[in-house]
Design a binder for this molecule. Structure first.
Ligand code: BGC
Length: 840
């Protein structure tokens, strides 16, 4: 059992230098230990939809949950708590004390690159989702780090952008999820956002970190910067930014910082308070007794797999169904599966939320398995129909390593470049990807800060077809791709800056055509030099990385024609469409709301030859669906984690009756979105001009038709809501409603409670979600559900004159439905006094 640290006594014993050293990371994922005083190092790990573990590069594979917007779409607090708890358990198996998540920023625009990570457009849904995940994580005594406080809602110039918004929008929309999660679940850590608000970086803002977080909300945990999101020494320490991450420090170097203390620029009390917050976190983190030298292991607990599948299936939203779904598992038929996402598992969006999933089920595999399980003799045919990738695809699964392992490549690291007689081999291993980003890799045998070294990536490929293949290679560093010793792609002697890697670092993909003969085996080798060998993107102080891929060359027209041909006589066509981590990622925003490439054309053409077309869409936020009237069904499946394919098949074949509800509105056109005119950085600034009217708050107020509203999702059964009762109980109202399953199969329904003031002194949204619950019911069964709502939360708006929350005496409508646009029962309650409040 680890002994709790005596924080006061440690503050007496630590030298100033030791104190300063505690306030920044040791490396990417650890804090600094002080062995002399028994202070251990803490390990942290991303992230919001699972636990990556302590290595970004070549880490131990993880259990990847459906992305944040999908988790929120379950509208199921207890399920989310279970997911959080599973993440806490996984953290312990990884030696991780603090999970860098959940993310509860706001999907202000569908274009936000990281929208998929958070919980959508509604602050109350987002707050309850975040609170549930935090409660689950911390029930395992692992710390949750709620991020990114606050207004990190776009990726464009994310470290520099200065956000302008009204205090009301800040309070009612963007800070609200944090406020709810702090109130209900007390996360031990908060991570600051990269951006500025009102001309000041949040990570050094006394207003946000002292006044609001610590004084108004009484937060007494630790505050951590986002990675390289500390911008000052004195200001950040004064504001109470406990920890600069990652290490080694850029702003808290011993000599400079102690100089500032000795010269009374920084008060010793400030240092001590930050150290106190850090040591309190250490005390929290040693509670689960994880141990120092844990060997990371995969968590193959069947309960984890069952939970991934349950949460993934509950997240899936059935958007349209003319009656074609669920498909019958028993009747043999010809099913044609098309689309770029059919044979890949779109487990996560891109960036720090992504992780190597421990296993991956593609939609194709899920559907084939399901059909077989049902003993069905259905024939299943496949064609891609349209490509999605920005770069040529990861091809590891068709390669064989030097050691003869299928699905792998061999990677050997050297100190010196190819051609040098003694290259000094540093290490070698096999990888299951051809997209290698070294991130936190430290080459063994070299100084840990050494960024210059080399790697050869090698594998064999037995050509599946004869023809022209397109090979491509991009890098941060330099790379040359050889086939049987012949240089094919040169991304070394000439380089053009491009978008390689999630933060837009590196070169563009260079490509070259090569003739391959079916059945012949080719030796592929990529000689890579790390970032100091680059000609472009030289500003990144990272080791870098290299991506390579190839595919049989074809035109979009050829792919489309093949798909249309096999779709013609199919009984059912399933097109698996959408985005991928190349399009929706940390590091950049989406350029538009459309599904990229030729997928929309594919769907249009296929609907011309077959009238039974089902679309499965995978994206973390909204996409346009120009073909919506021509297809029979649309299943929205987010980025679904390890179990992606199974959860899609569960819903498509009716083994799971869909119960997911959209965590964000799908507008018809991106131009309809309230943030359309003010999204992205303009000369370093972004103005949240739509104020509190984001998502349904805007579409309802402006009577703008949408494709699918917030909270919407179909079921294979029907529900009836009746018997609404509203009872005041102390500081709450209890809203009860009877829910009946009037259909023929079991199903779950979400009860969404919105409140709307009958009269208001100030303009307010038509209605706002205040709480929700979910029930599962057998056919014919009914249940009375009671949902408590705090009166102050139900009634208050931010009063910009008083700078407080205001609850005005009056009458409030309670609107209960199963979607923001489908209110089924209504009632009212009255309040008999006006009041103001601050705090949680
Ligand atoms: C992200 C954080 C993440 C951190 C560590 C940053 O780029 O913004 O959310 O926790 O990296 O990976």
């Amino acid at each position: 059992m680890v002994k709790t640290l005596d924080v006061d006594s440690l503050i007496d014993q630590l030298t100033l230098e030791e104190k300063i050293s505690l306030l920044a990371g040791n490396d990417s994922w650890h804090t600094v230990p002080i062995p002399r005083l028994g202070i251990p190092s803490l390990r942290v790990s991303d992230g919001p939809n699972g636990v990556r573990g302590i290595k970004f590069f070549n880490g131990v594979p993880s259990n990847c949950f459906v992305c944040g917007t999908g988790l929120a779409a379950t509208f199921n607090k207890s399920l989310l708590k279970n997911c959080g708890q599973m993440m806490g358990q996984e953290a312990k198996a990884r030696g991780v004390h603090c999970i860098l998540g959940p993310t509860c920023n706001t999907a202000r625009s569908p274009l936000g690159g990281r929208s998929f990570e958070s919980y959508g457009e509604d602050p109350v849904l987002s707050g309850y989702a975040a609170a549930s995940i935090v409660a689950g994580i911390q029930s395992e005594k692992v710390s949750a780090c709620l991020k990114h406080f606050v207004c990190n809602d776009q990726e464009d110039e994310r470290k520099a952008v200065d956000t302008y918004l009204t205090e009301r929008a800040l309070r009612e929309i963007y800070m609200k999820p944090f406020q709810i999660a702090l109130r209900d679940a007390h996360p031990n850590v908060i991570m600051t956002a990269y951006n500025m608000i009102d001309g000041e970086h949040v990570s050094q803002s006394k207003r946000f970190l002292q006044q609001i977080l610590r004084h108004e909300w009484k937060f007494n945990g630790a505050v951590m910067s986002d990675w390289f999101g500390t911008y000052s020494t004195k200001e950040a320490l004064d504001a109470g930014l406990t920890l600069e991450m990652p290490g080694p420090t850029r702003f808290r170097q011993i000599v400079q910082t102690s100089h500032k203390v000795y010269s009374n620029e920084i008060h010793t009390d400030t240092i001590d308070q930050n150290v106190r917050d850090l040591l309190n976190l250490v005390n929290e983190s040693i509670k689960p007794d994880i141990g120092e030298n844990i060997v990371e292991r995969e968590n193959d607990d069947p309960a984890a797999e069952a939970l991934l599948r349950q949460s993934g299936a509950e997240a899936v939203v059935l958007l349209k169904n003319t009656g074609i779904l669920p498909l019958d598992k028993k009747t043999p038929q010809k099913i044609v599966i098309l689309g770029p996402n059919a044979k890949v598992c779109q487990d996560s969006g891109g960036g720090s939320a992504s992780m190597a999933a421990r296993y991956k089920i593609t939609p194709f595999e899920g559907i084939v398995k399901k059909v077989k399980e049902g003993g069905n003799k259905a024939t299943i045919e496949y064609a891609i129909g349209a490509h999605l990738d920005k770069n040529l695809p990861d091809v590891a699964d068709v390669l064989v390593s030097k050691g003869g392992n299928s699905g792998s490549i061999s990677v050997t690291f050297y100190q010196h470049p190819s051609g040098v007689e003694d290259r000094n081999e540093l290490t070698s291993f096999e990888m299951t990807t051809t997209k290698v980003f070294l991130a936190d890799f430290k080459a063994p045998k070299l100084d840990p800060n050494e960024l210059l070294y080399y790697a050869d990536l090698e594998a064999h490929y037995k050509a599946e077809e004869s023809g022209t293949y397109e090979f491509g290679c991009s890098c941060l560093g330099s790379a040359q791709l050889f086939i049987d010793g012949k240089l094919v792609v040169d991304n070394k002697t000439k380089q053009v800056r491009g978008e390689a890697f999630f933060l837009g670092m590196g070169t563009r993909e260079e490509k070259s055509d090569v003739q391959l003969v079916k059945g012949q085996t080719y030796h592929i080798k990529v000689e890579f030099g790390t970032s100091p060998t680059a000609l472009v993107a030289k500003e990144f102080k990272e080791p870098g990385g290299v991506y390579f891929g190839f595919r049989l060359k074809s035109t979009p027209k050829d792919e489309l024609a093949k798909a249309v041909q096999i779709a013609k006589d199919a009984d059912t066509v399933i097109v698996v469409a959408g985005l991928s981590k190349e399009w929706e990622s940390e590091g950049f925003d989406r350029p538009n709301m459309d599904i990229p490439g030729y997928t929309n054309q594919l769907i249009e053409e296929v609907t011309k030859v077959n009238s039974n077309v089902i679309i499965v869409n995978q994206s973390g936020s909204a996409v346009t669906m120009p073909w919506i009237d021509k297809v029979q069904a649309v299943v929205h499946a987010w980025f679904g984690g390890n179990e992606t394919g199974n959860t899609i098949a569960d819903v498509v074949f009716g083994d799971y009756n869909p119960s997911g509800k959209l965590s964000m509105t799908f507008p018809k056109r991106v131009e309809d979105n309230p943030a359309f005119l003010n999204f992205g950085s303009t000369n370093g600034k972004v103005w949240y001009g739509e104020d509190v009217y984001i998502g349904y708050r805007f579409y309802e107020k402006t009577k703008t038709d949408v494709l699918f509203p917030f909270g919407f999702g179909l079921s294979y059964t029907n529900f009836e809501f009746s018997n609404l009762k509203i009872k005041p109980v102390k500081s709450e109202i209890h809203v009860s409603v009877t829910v009946k399953n009037t259909g023929k199969i079991k199903g779950a329904e979400v009860i969404q409670v919105y409140v709307s003031p009958v009269e208001s002194k100030i303009p307010r949204p038509i209605k706002e979600l205040k709480n929700f619950d979910k029930v599962e019911l057998a056919p014919g069964k009914s249940v009375s559900v009671t949902i408590p709502i705090s009166i102050k939360e139900a009634t208050s708006y931010w009063d910009g004159y008083k700078n407080k929350w205001s609850s005005d005496k009056g009458t409030y409508k309670v609107l209960v439905g199963n979607s923001s646009d489908n209110i089924l029962v209504e009632g009212e309650f009255e309040t008999d006094k006006s009041f103001n409040w601050l705090g949680l």
